[in-house]
Design a protein around this ligand. Sequence first.
Ligand SMILES: NC(=O)C1=CN([C@@H]2O[C@H](COP(=O)(O)OP(=O)(O)OC[C@H]3O[C@@H](n4cnc5c(N)ncnc54)[C@H](O)[C@@H]3O)[C@@H](O)[C@H]2O)C=CC1
Ligand SMILES: O=C(O)CCC(=O)C(=O)O
Length: 526
Amino acid sequence: MTITGEMLIGATAHRGSQGEFRAVDPATGEALDPVFGGGGAADVERACALAWAAFDSFRETGLEQRAAFLETVAQNILDIGDDLITRAMAESGLPRARLEGERGRTVGQLRLFAQVVREGSWVEARIDPALPARTPLPRADIRQRHIALGPVAVFGASNFPLAFSVAGGDTASAFAAGCPVVVKGHGAHPGTSELVGRAIQAAVASCGLPEGVFSLLFGTGNEIGTALVADPRIKAVGFTGSRRGGLALMEVAAKRPEPIPVYAEMSSINPVFLMPAALASRAEALGKAFVASLTMGAGQFCTNPGILLVVDGPDLDRFVAAATEALGGSAASTMLTPGIHAAFDSGVAKLAGSGAVTMLARGLACSGPNQAQAAFFTTTAEAFLADPELQEEVFGAASLLIRCPDVAAMTAVAEKLEGQLTATLQMDAADRAAVAGLIPTLERKAGRILANGWPTGVEVCHAMVHGGPFPATSDPRSTSVGTLAIRRFLRPVCYQDIPADLLPESLRDGNPLGLWRRVDGELGRG
Ligand SMILES: NC(=O)C1=CN([C@@H]2O[C@H](COP(=O)(O)OP(=O)(O)OC[C@H]3O[C@@H](n4cnc5c(N)ncnc54)[C@H](O)[C@@H]3O)[C@@H](O)[C@H]2O)C=CC1
Ligand SMILES: O=C(O)CCC(=O)C(=O)O
């Protein structure tokens, strides 16, 4: 499939006229062909008008048709073949195996949402039949279902060119809910975005859906994203990226005449608690496993283990010795963009320059452009509590070990942490009582609590929560990974005494769709 450098607006391809840009291969620093045209206000207007025109029809597509659409998108992505992988490798510096895995995750995610759509319980149909004889007042016939929120703006993430981008989790869950999607593609991987965008565009056509169900825009600055979020026809936003970018878009959304929800996944340092018994029994193994999690993908995961909390003592020294040895031998790796690389270097320099922090180890020296050397630092609980800047995310393979005098100090540090995507416990049986004391704090702080694993690598499943209190996300009530993500793009509507033939099928007597419904409080398929 040829990459043309055009945006995809409804069924058309359109070259933007507001500036030009090219993707850069971060491994070589070279600009890649073709030249992309940046979009402007007129392109946002056209994409949003088409999305709005498609909305009422798309949200009422039958469950089978919508599921088949998601499956067609998945198949079309696979059908692009190796061109997708080689282009994503060139635009991101990520290795083949990682991108092949990410493609599998993207396709699997679309297929999982197809199953969710077909199964139908997301409609959450409820029926409270009329009680005309009730005294002192009769009850009306009251029915509820969930409907799609409206067209959704999705911002592709730089660090997952497939799974969190044009056809990533935000798009899949919005489509599943029945929302048209307008994607603002990430400037780091426009070719990958165009290829995937064309796969979606073809699926819209072959499934007989209105063209406005999907558009893909590019832009050279912040204007296009701002205009998209400000457009009155957009009713929700999905975003993965920087805290600054997420906050800026939240502000745009909040200042609209009609404010809308922004589901932004932004910044997390993912504390790992190395509990005393676990440390005593396996300090060396933990040191090696920690470095593997930290350096995976050049550390470019929002789930990266950015801080470790540990009780000081000889077992900690064993852990540090193993971790510094592993990290000292870790190869420098190419980061996604020159900007992300520069941000990593300046974050590491800031930690190294802090009087309260000691450098423990650096990875092997860099041998090419945009490469990052992993970095491992230490400080004390007291110093960490005194300096809120030590909590700032350094996006990449950098981590700060916090030496605590006892478990109570670990809890005190946990209490001071900002909201997190994850909190990890390395624990043995003898740590259970201490962990039981920590868990209430961790439940308040994080979206996912895990034991004896590492936070990187998020399973796409029904029970996953990839979310958490601010600044991990802008809305702790939801998740951006897993099937619960569909809820972000739905809202309840209640029908009171609406004539039977005007009710949506999901709420009709006799349950023609065979859905799970709550009738007079009882869940069933009746
Ligand atoms: N926590 C996480 O999951 C991630 C964090 N990051 C952080 O973000 C930094 C920059 O990386 P990017 O991925 O480029 O994130 P970014 O937040 O700068 O950009 C993400 C998307 O939002 C748009 N955008 C950003 N600010 C905007 C604004 N004020 N108005 C309108 N649109 C705006 C960009 O054009 C892009 O499409 C990294 O160095 C890292 O610190 C990046 C990726 C994931
Ligand atoms: O590790 C994952 O699978 C998800 C991580 C993520 O959401 C991110 O890095 O932005």
